[in-house]
Design a protein around this ligand. Structure first.
Ligand SMILES: Cc1cc2nc3c(=O)[nH]c(=O)nc-3n(C[C@H](O)[C@H](O)[C@H](O)COP(=O)(O)O)c2cc1C
Length: 198
């Protein structure tokens, strides 16, 4: 079965990781359900200097006929009637990238008042892979306790900490390797990913 992945984008720094993850997923077959928070969109437009008026236009700008192999649906973060809000809608997992400390706390406490936190809650209760790509540093005790709580509940906390052992020659290469490691967590092996020992 092809993958069906939920991608949540929140208002932490690190929007380039979200862009890279999407660009890489758009090139392979599969079903993608995208949700961006209000602050996610504001931080993304600031960091990536996006000129598009909304997330749908931004997604369109990342796709073209040759790379657009995936089946993409964009959901409103305020729409708790969306399919991904229910456990009966089967998915292969969810990635929140980047994941703010606010959304981390919502997942840690089960306070699901937007679609991203609700879909994450559902992903955990259905025992599906949930990856939270955090960026915050340094981490306060509340952040660490929330990370412990979500890890105990089955999530993978994956700080955006790119490695240097592959001698990356650009920010893009660092982001690409990070995204490859994130996709490993949801069972997607992207062709061409540089791996230690290969
Ligand atoms: C430019 C900018 C960068 C931010 N970076 C972070 C960050 O790295 N980590 C974080 O937890 N919050 C960060 N924030 C704050 C979040 O956007 C804020 O807590 C927001 O309420 C998160 O909401 P959301 O999780 O619904 O997107 C940043 C805000 C701005 C304006």
């Amino acid at each position: 079965m092809k993958h069906r992945i939920i991608i949540g984008v929140t208002g932490a720094s690190g929007s380039l990781y979200a862009r890279k993850l999407l660009q890489m997923l758009f090139t392979i077959p599969g079903e993608l359900h995208l949700v961006i928070s209000d602050m996610g969109w504001k931080v993304l437009t600031h960091e990536l200097q996006a000129r598009e008026d909304n997330f749908s236009q931004f997604i369109q700008s990342l796709t073209d006929d040759s790379t657009h192999a995936a089946n993409i649906t964009i959901h409103d973060n305020h729409d708790l009637f969306a399919p991904v809000a229910s456990g009966s809608f089967r998915t292969s997992g969810m990635v929140i990238i980047p994941c703010s400390m606010k959304t981390l706390s919502a997942v840690a406490t089960g306070c699901s008042d937007d679609l991203i936190s609700r879909a994450a809650d559902v992903t955990l209760k259905e025992r599906r892979p949930l990856v939270l790509v955090t960026r915050e540093t340094p981490l306060g005790l509340i952040h660490l306790k929330n990370m412990c709580a979500v890890a105990e509940a089955g999530a993978t906390v994956m700080p955006a900490s790119p490695g240097f052992y592959n001698h990356p020659d650009s920010i893009d290469a660092m982001a690409e390797h990070m995204v490859g490691r994130i996709l490993d967590q949801v069972g997607i092996n992207l062709p061409g990913m540089a791996r230690w020992g290969d």
